[in-house]
Design a protein. Structure first.
Length: 248
């Protein structure tokens, strides 16, 4: 299954890079900027001036996450978001401390063109978010659904905004994908729309419908075993109606 790998610099003083890798280890999407840095002002305002990842409004914890759903464009994420549930590493420790979900969302850049800090989640540009969602949906349609989102730190980031790999360079193994592929941006991307979230929403709702359907089938089997096909309440109602008819 495919995996979204996010590498951020230690200290969170700059943007990191994210890449979508397929089950075969090949990049389904070229690396793009991502910010996992919490805003200082909001963290101070909510009693977390150190921006401790264990506490609300701190930096995004490293570790693994599962995609628990998707929010369409609107409130609280203007351009929509992926809802990430902690699954392993520091993210799981943060869950035990009370941080139950994280958002991967878009947003406008600052006056210098850089991604703005978040309230504790992950931010990408609106065009990159739209491209990521389409790539995830395409991977799912091809039988390679997104299995997890992995966030790691590095003390020696190798990427720059203008770097790109030579065209003849062989494809590296997955663990070196970010460093070797560099970063390229497509100018033709557009912001995400509600259609980009349909596939991910269906993935989440399908599991819910399966659980509801199993409960209904179990109830029907229990009724058939009783030999009536009706619930106890309906049986009592039926007997009362028969008694009233008999009195007449």
């Amino acid at each position: 299954m495919s995996k979204l790998v996010i590498v951020v610099p230690a200290g969170r003083s700059a943007e990191g890079r994210a890449v979508l890798l397929g089950d075969d280890g090949k990049a389904r999407l070229a690396p793009f900027p991502v910010l996992a840095t919490a805003g200082r002002a909001s963290a101070v305002r909510h009693g977390n001036p150190e921006r401790d990842w264990r506490r609300p409004f701190g930096h995004t914890p490293t570790g693994s996450y599962l995609v628990a759903g998707a929010l369409p464009p609107g409130h609280p994420a203007r351009s929509g978001a992926l809802v990430l549930a902690p699954h392993g590493g520091d993210a799981l420790d943060a869950l035990r401390a009370g941080r139950t979900r994280f958002l991967l969302h878009g947003g406008t850049a600052d006056s210098s063109g850089r991604l703005r800090p978040t309230f504790g989640g992950l931010r990408v540009s609106d065009p990159d978010l739209a491209t990521l969602l389409r790539a995830i949906n395409e991977a799912h349609a091809a039988g390679d659904p997104l299995s997890s989102v992995d966030v790691t730190e590095t003390a020696t980031p190798t990427w720059t905004a203008n770097d790109a790999p030579p065209a003849s360079e062989p494809r590296p193994p997955p663990r070196m994908a970010l460093a070797a592929l560099g970063f390229t941006r497509s100018k033709s991307r557009t912001g995400p729309t509600r259609r980009d979230f349909v596939g991910l929403a269906l993935l989440t709702l399908t599991a819910v419908h399966h659980r509801v359907g199993r409960r209904r089938r179990r109830r029907r089997r229990r009724r058939r075993r009783r030999g009536t096909g009706r619930s106890p309440q309906r049986q009592r109602t039926g007997r009362q109606a028969e008694q009233r008819e008999h009195r007449r």
